[in-house]
Ligand binder design. Structure first.
Ligand code: IMP
Ligand code: MG
Length: 186
């Protein structure tokens, strides 16, 4: 049993740790505006289908599409790679598939954070047979230290060191997603 499992006895009890602000909401806002500007420039002629990876990207998506000012369509896919801890198990599952037909469409994948690269690598390979016209990736956070699968991030908010972050959609054991800042746990 590792330390994370020891904190998770199987019921709803769990000692919550104090979140410490790592990237404050105004910095997130500035990054979202910069990303929106870059995306708008590239997709002005033909707005993409924006594909949000649940659950972690929901808050980022909501802010980004409002800043975009483009008539984008929005789709959702839910993947899971992490269990209840902070270390990727390396196994990715499609929990909810997208229903939209993506053949011939320009897809902009929205990710909260790219760590090992396995999730986005998997999604790319999963969607490619459906023959989209193009696929690009917009990630709020890039944590490149433990990359196993090479990833091209077309639009990147922040490159961060190897710390486990929560808040602004990101969770630890389904907790802390609601925090308006990106935080680390003390
Ligand atoms: P990857 O497959 O290792 O690149 O991991 C990507 C997914 O793992 C993200 O979409 C998150 O759901 C989760 N993840 C990776 N690092 C963190 C973190 O620091 N905090 C919360 N979730 C994370
Ligand atoms: Mg994610």
């Amino acid at each position: 049993m590792n330390a994370d499992e020891a904190l998770w006895p199987g019921d709803r009890w769990m000692p919550l740790r104090t979140p410490k602000v790592f990237i404050a909401r105004d910095c997130i806002h500035a990054a979202v505006c910069r990303l929106a500007e870059e995306i708008r420039r590239d997709y002005r002629a033909a707005p993409p289908l924006v594909l949000c990876t649940l659950k972690g990207s929901f808050m980022f998506l909501a802010d980004l599409v409002r800043a975009l000012d483009l008539p984008v369509e929005i789709a959702f896919v839910r993947l899971s790679s992490y269990g209840s801890g902070t270390v990727s198990r390396g196994q990715i599952e499609v929990v909810h598939d997208l229903r939209e037909d993506i053949r011939g469409r320009d897809i902009l994948i929205i990710e909260d954070i790219i760590d090992s690269g396995r999730t986005i690598g998997f999604l790319h390979a999963y969607l490619a047979p459906r023959a989209p016209a193009s696929m690009r990736v917009c990630a709020l956070l890039d944590k490149p230290q433990h990359r196993h699968v090479p990833v091209i991030i077309d639009y990147c908010g922040f490159t961060i060191p190897d710390v486990f972050v929560v808040g602004y959609g990101l969770d630890w054991n389904e907790q802390y997603r609601h925090l308006p800042d990106i935080c680390i746990l003390e």
